[in-house]
Design a protein around this ligand. Structure first.
Ligand SMILES: *Cc1c(COP(=O)(O)O)cnc(C)c1O
Length: 371
């Protein structure tokens, strides 16, 4: 049975842009240029201007974008890199895979984002960088981030996988730190029809290094300055992304409207804790995450009413089996606790006002019945 309120509906989104897409893809398929070419360079140009960064370099996916961004910074091997404890595993994987050490930092209990006071306590002489994850679409405070990085002389890698178009204090995510990684995984706010990603930066030098790492250490066909790898953005995915980029602002505004309705209607309902958005921020609501002590019951109740929800994430990163050997002490109690209380309500642009009202009524019904 099709659920009444799906978490995601990419088929519906496709039907809205089918004409534009077919045109772009037909041109590309007839030309037969599937690697590089204008489809990729045009997307890179429009995406860098969307982000407000000087350069955007298309890569294979968001995880590669993080890895390549870190590698391009050429930090001393074995450097410590701060990573928030509440994120998708890529944020940490990229650190280990590039030969560095993950240092998990607990998150702020209301924004779910990296806690700079705790981050300060985690800095040692070996700490060289911080990965700031603009989690759920909520941008990390740009001013605090820049001050923190300056105070401790750290490079900043922004993980923007969930935050296309988010803004803090007038600065778009992806243009704040030294270098940034975006994912275009299909379910992200800007998603391709398969894996895809991009790195953005203001630095000419970093942009060139990223482009070379992602393409076998070369800029010309058979002239390899060093050993790189193959992580390019497919031309077909670039063409899809160029079409979708024209709609991202309208889609994001619908997400924000949906979120605002939730924020107004779900205030003081049961023990629900709603997302917190700073006054100068544009939160793009990749996810609308609430907290309740009765998360599992609420999830079950909504599911019985045909409403799909998610949990992002059921374990904090330090709680993941992958880190049990390396993390000895429980130093991220807030992220650990959050993982059992958080629930993501459907918030995408595919939802009608009626569906949003239905979710609100169903949530209210749960708390009323259970008293
Ligand atoms: C999705 C995601 C990634 C990874 O992107 P992929 O394109 O799936 O490799 C990295 N970080 C965060 C926070 C994500 O949500």
């Amino acid at each position: 049975m099709k659920s009444k309120v799906p978490f995601l509906d990419l088929g519906r989104q496709y039907r809205g842009i089918r004409g534009e897409l077919s045109k772009e893809l037909r041109v590309l398929l007839n030309k037969g240029q599937f690697i590089g070419g204008p489809a990729v360079s045009n997307f890179e140009k429009s995406f860098s201007s969307f982000v407000g960064a000087t350069h955007a370099v298309g890569v294979g996916n968001g995880t590669d974008a993080l890895e390549i961004a870190i590698e391009a910074l050429k930090l001393p091997k074995g450097s410590e890199i701060l990573v928030p404890a509440n994120s998708f595993i890529s944020s940490a994987e990229a650190v280990t895979r590039t030969g560095h050490k993950v240092k998990f930092v607990d998150v702020d209990p209301s924004t779910y984002l990296i806690d700079f006071a705790k981050a300060s306590q985690s800095v040692t002489p070996k700490t060289k960088a911080v990965i700031t994850v603009h989690l759920y679409g909520n941008p990390v405070n740009a001013e605090k981030l820049s001050l923190f990085a300056k105070d401790y002389d750290l490079r900043v890698i922004e993980d923007c996988a969930q935050a296309h178009g988010a803004i803090s204090g007038g600065q778009s995510v992806g243009s704040i730190g030294d270098i940034a990684a975006f994912s275009f995984y299909p379910g992200k706010n800007l998603g391709a029809y398969g894996d895809a990603g991009a790195v953005t930066t203001h630095s000419n030098e970093l942009a060139t290094t990223v482009r070379m790492i992602a393409n076998h250490g070369r800029l010309e066909k058979y002239n390899h300055a060093f050993e790189g790898r193959n992580s390019r953005l497919d031309s077909l995915q670039a063409a899809v992304l160029s079409v979708k980029l024209k709609h991202i602002d309208s889609w994001t505004n619908t997400r924000i409207t949906n979120a605002q309705i939730y924020m107004n209607q779900l205030r003081e309902v049961g023990d629900l804790v709603l997302p917190v958005v700073e006054g100068t921020s544009r939160h793009v609501f990749h996810l609308f995450v609430v907290q309740t002590e009765r998360r599992d019951e609420l999830k079950e109740h909504l599911s019985r009413h045909g409403i799909e929800t998610g949990i992002h994430y059921p374990l904090s990163l330090p709680q993941q089996p992958a880190y049990q050997k390396t993390i000895r002490h429980n130093t991220t109690p807030i992220a650990d606790k959050l993982s059992s209380n958080i629930l993501s309500l459907p918030v995408g642009e595919h939802l009608s006002p009626r569906q949003i009202s239905y979710v609100i009524d169903s949530v209210k019904m749960f708390f009323k019945k259970a008293g």
